[in-house]
Design a protein around this ligand. Structure first.
Ligand SMILES: Nc1ncnc2c1ncn2[C@@H]1O[C@H](COP(=O)(O)OP(=O)(O)OP(=O)(O)O)[C@@H](O)[C@H]1O
Length: 267
């Protein structure tokens, strides 16, 4: 098992956000974290990457307690792409992606480091902007550069927080295909928070539904992407279509909130 989360609890101050979260991810598995706004997806990813410290429970990466790892060790193991792109000092796209090699660079950048970066820029269609200032890119372009940086780390684990939120349809598919093929070919374990349930269904081996601080459902998309689960987690009626292999949903209507009482209306 590459990732093992055991009975994790997390609070911001006195406000609990995650309770009793247990999760296992194997080599080569792509797991999507889904759930409404504020359900704790980002918080969970940050606990996995030692950015946040859980109140209780453990996170083991490759069998080792993440709280006992130093930053270099963690960076070799895990590539994290935050939700809202970072602002960097003026630096080129090439140099930002090269930062992903930092855990491996001892005295100076090697030819191999540069080749890895060039290959990734080509693979992700970023070659033409290699010498542009990162801060001048569009939101989607920045997102792709940060994903390339995470890949440059050659990690065993990828933690991606809404990696496709700023991407157009074609780039969404390109990035998700890249994550999926890297997972399968290199045995990387990926945990990805997402809002697009259909994209999650198409590319994940497992989906994790978070609701009210806890895991509400976990399993293969065919098992858990059901109208009942979507209603319970999001409060939306859906039709689930299964005619193309993986299930995909067609949202109908949000469930009606209880009608306001006469007293409330006239107040
Ligand atoms: N730094 C913080 N301090 C206090 N509360 C926070 C902090 N960051 C997040 N929260 C709260 O923790 C809860 C979970 O937030 P989190 O960002 O993990 O959710 P999410 O599922 O990633 O949401 P979204 O889908 O909107 O990105 C929310 O109620 C949020 O308001």
């Amino acid at each position: 098992m590459i990732i093992e989360v055991k009975r994790l609890h997390f609070s911001y101050g006195s406000c609990p956000v995650l309770e009793d979260v247990t999760l296992e991810v194997e080599k080569g598995e792509v797991v999507s974290l889904v759930g409404p706004n504020g359900s704790g997806k980002t918080t969970l990813l940050k606990c996995l990457n030692k950015i946040l410290k859980p109140k209780k429970g453990t996170v083991l990466l490759m069998g080792k307690d993440v709280s006992k790892m130093n930053l270099k060790e963690l960076a070799r193991l895990s590539g994290y792409v935050p939700q809202n792109g970072v602002r960097a000092f003026p630096s080129t796209v090439f140099d930002i992606v090269l930062l992903g090699r930092r855990p491996y660079i001892e005295w100076r950048v090697s030819l191999r480091d540069k080749e890895i970066v060039s290959d990734l820029l080509r693979l992700m269609g970023l070659e033409e902007m290699a010498l542009r200032d990162f801060n001048e890119l569009s939101g989607g372009q920045k997102q792709k550069v940060l994903i390339a940086r995470a890949f440059a780390q050659e990690p065993e684990i990828l933690l991606l927080d809404e990696p496709t939120s700023n991407l157009d349809l074609k780039h969404q598919l390109e990035v998700m295909n890249l994550v999926s093929s890297t997972a399968k070919e290199k045995g990387v374990a990926a945990i990805i928070s997402m809002h697009d349930l259909n994209l999650a269904s198409r590319f994940s081996d497992k989906m994790v539904f978070l609701r009210e601080k806890r895991i509400y459902a976990i399993g293969r998309p065919e098992e858990v992407l059901t109208p009942d689960n979507v209603r319970a987690v999001y409060g939306v009626e859906t039709v689930v279509n299964k005619d193309s292999g993986r299930p995909y949903i067609i949202p109908l209507e949000p469930l009606q909130a209880p009608k306001a009482s006469a007293a409330t209306k006239t107040a």
